[in-house]
Design a protein around this ligand. Structure first.
Ligand code: FAD
Length: 455
C-alpha cells in the first residue's frame, strides 16, 4: 500500500477521567462501574446504540451465568442488574428458567443450560438507561482511529475519532479498550496477538439472522421422532441437504435459538480464514454472509419440518467476529487454568461456560467442559508493556486462543468490564496506575457492588 504523510490540528471535544471505547457488554459494564464510583466517564461507540454483538451482531442468548453444574448463579453485579431490568420489562428470560436441551439453547444439552434469551431492542433501551442513570456520557457514531501517546510511549494522552464533524480528540486520565478487536491497545503500541500460536488463524465468523414463522410443535415432534446425539442439532438434515447440493456451507449443524419474543436467532453462516481487522475482508465476509443466509433460508423451507414458512426478519448489521486481536497482558489466561477451575488470588469474577472453539477450518469444533467455575484474574486486563493508563476488557483480554473460547462469552465480558471500570476509578482516586492498584482494594469494591469472586 502506498503511504502519504497527513498531519493537522484536531479539536479536543472532551476531557474526562475515564474514556471507554466500545459500547458492547464489556464497555457498558466498565463505564457504569467507573461513573458510579464518581469518575467523569464517557462511553463511545461507532454504532448508534449500545450492545455491540448483543444488538448490532444479533448474538444471543447470553450463555450461562451459572456454575457448570447449574446449581447457582455465579455472574452477578452489573450483568445481573441489566438482566433483571430487561426481565422486568419483558425483554429477557431468567437463566433459572432455561433448561439445557430446549429451544432456548438450540436443543443442545451439554454446557447449554441456564442461558438467558433476550430481545436486542430491550437490551438497547435498558443498557442505555443503566448508563445514563449512572451518569455515563454517551457518544455514538464516532470511530476510534488513533491513540496519541506520551513521549516515552508508555501512556495514552488522547484518542482520535473520525466523526461527521471531522477528526476529534477525547482526552482522559485512564482509557479502557472495549472494542473487541483491541483497536485502542494496538494503536497505543501494546503487544497484541491474533489467533492460534501455530498459524495465527482465528475462529470463523458468523453473520447472525432472525426469523419468525416457526411451527414449534411440529419442529419438536420431528425432533422426538428423529432423535440425534446431543450437540448434533439438525446434523442429519444438514448432511442430507449437503448430499443434495443444498448446503454448501462449512458447518455441520444448524444453530437455531428461540428468543423471549417468539422469534429465533440463527447462528449457522460461516466465514473462515477472516482477518477481522481488515475492512476489505470484513466487507467481503458480510456480503458472503448475506448470501449464505439465503441458502440457509431455502434449507429451512425444504428440509426442516416446522420451518416451511420461516420468514427472514433481519440479518445482523455487523458480522459476528468470534476472535481477532487480544493483548498480551500481565498474565495470559490458559485453557489449563479454565479446565482445572483455577482459583486466582486476584480474582475479579467467576465463569463457567465451557471452552467452545469453532475450528478455523470451519468444519469441526472443540467443546471442553469442566466441573467447577474458574476465576478470572485481574492481570488479564493489564497490558504487559506500554499502556500504563490503559485497561482492556471483553473479547480482547489477555488469554490464549483456547482460553478465549470461554472468556469471550458475554457474561464474562460484563465481569471483565465491571472490574476494569472499578479499577480505573480506584486508581484515579489514589493517583496511581491500574497496575499499581492493590488487589485488596479492588476486591473490596467489587464485592460491595455485587460481584462474586470466589467459589
Ligand atoms: C458468532 C458469535 C456467536 C456468539 N455466541 C454467543 C452466545 O450465544 N452467547 C454469548 O453469551 N456470547 C456469544 N458470543 C460472544 C460474544 O457475543 C462476544 O464475544 C462479546 O459480545 C464481546 O463483548 P465485547 O464487549 O468485548 O465486544 P463487542 O460486543 O464486540 O462490542 C464492541 C463494541 O465496540 C465498538 N467498536 C469496535 N471498534 C470500534 C472503534 N474503532 N471505534 C468505536 N467503536 C468501536 C463496536 O461497534 C461494538 O459496539 C458470540 C460471538 C460471536 C461472534
Amino acid at each position: 500500500m502506498d503511504k502519504i504523510l497527513f498531519s493537522q490540528e484536531v479539536p479536543v471535544m472532551d476531557k474526562v477521567d475515564v474514556l471507554v471505547v466500545g459500547g458492547g457488554p464489556a464497555g457498558i459494564a466498565a463505564s457504569v462501574a467507573a461513573a458510579r464510583a464518581g469518575m467523569s466517564t464517557r462511553l463511545v461507540d461507532n454504532n448508534g446504540y449500545l450492545g455491540g454483538m448483543a444488538t448490532a451482531g444479533l448474538v444471543g442468548p447470553f450463555m450461562t451465568s451459572f456454575s457448570p453444574d447449574g446449581s447457582r448463579q455465579i455472574v452477578k453485579g452489573i450483568f445481573d442488574e441489566l438482566l433483571l431490568r430487561m426481565i422486568d420489562h419483558g425483554g429477557a428470560i431468567h437463566p433459572s428458567q432455561c433448561k439445557p436441551g430446549t429451544s432456548y439453547s438450540s436443543y443442545i444439552g451439554r454446557g447449554h443450560g441456564n442461558v438467558s434469551p433476550f430481545n436486542s431492542e430491550a437490551f438497547k433501551v435498558d443498557a442505555e438507561a443503566l448508563c445514563l442513570n449512572a451518569g455515563v456520557k454517551l457518544l455514538y457514531h464516532v470511530f476510534f482511529v488513533k491513540a496519541l501517546v506520551s513521549e516515552d510511549g508508555d501512556s495514552i494522552t488522547g484518542a482520535v475519532f473520525a466523526t461527521k464533524a471531522g477528526l476529534q480528540v477525547i482526552q482522559a486520565k485512564i482509557f479502557i479498550d472495549c472494542t473487541g478487536d483491541g483497536d485502542l491497545a494496538a494503536s497505543a503500541g501494546v503487544v497484541m496477538k491474533q489467533g492460534r500460536d501455530e498459524d495465527g488463524l482465528t475462529q470463523p465468523a458468523t453473520l447472525f439472522f432472525r426469523i419468525s414463522g416457526i411451527d414449534k410443535q411440529k419442529l419438536e415432534r420431528h425432533r422426538l421422532e428423529h432423535p440425534e446425539p446431543d450437540a448434533k442439532q439438525f446434523n442429519t438434515e444438514v448432511e442430507y441437504a449437503r448430499s443434495q447440493g443444498d448446503f454448501p456451507i462449512e458447518r455441520e449443524k444448524l444453530g437455531m435459538y428461540e428468543s423471549c419474543d417468539g422469534t429465533w436467532r440463527v447462528n449457522t453462516t460461516r466465514i473462515i480464514h477472516l482477518d477481522a481487522t481488515d475492512p476489505a475482508a470484513v466487507t467481503a465476509a458480510e456480503i458472503e454472509g448475506r448470501k449464505q443466509i439465503q441458502t440457509v433460508m431455502s434449507f429451512l423451507h425444504k428440509y426442516i419440518p416446522g420451518a416451511e414458512n420461516a420468514c427472514l426478519i433481519e440479518s445482523a448489521s455487523v458480522l459476528g467476529v468470534r476472535e481477532s486481536r487480544r493483548i498480551i497482558g500481565e498474565y495470559v489466561l490458559t485453557a489449563e487454568d479454565i479446565l482445572s477451575s483455577r482459583k486466582f488470588e486476584d480474582s475479579i469474577g467467576l465463569y463457567g461456560f465451557p471452552i467452545d472453539i469453532h475450528q478455523p477450518d470451519g468444519k469441526s469444533g472443540v467443546f471442553m467442559q469442566f466441573k467447577e467455575p474458574y476465576s478470572i484474574p485481574y492481570r488479564i486486563l493489564l497490558p504487559k508493556q506500554r499502556g500504563k493508563n490503559l485497561l482492556v476488557a471483553g473479547r480482547c483480554v489477555s488469554a490464549t486462543h483456547d482460553a478465549l473460547g470461554s472468556v469471550r462469552i458475554m457474561p464474562a465480558c460484563f465481569v471483565t468490564g465491571q472490574a476494569a471500570g472499578t479499577a480505573a476509578a480506584l486508581a484515579l482516586q489514589e493517583g496511581i496506575s491500574p497496575k499499581q492498584l492493590a488487589y485488596k482494594k479492588l476486591e473490596k469494591k467489587l464485592l460491595k457492588n455485587g460481584a462474586l469472586l470466589t467459589w
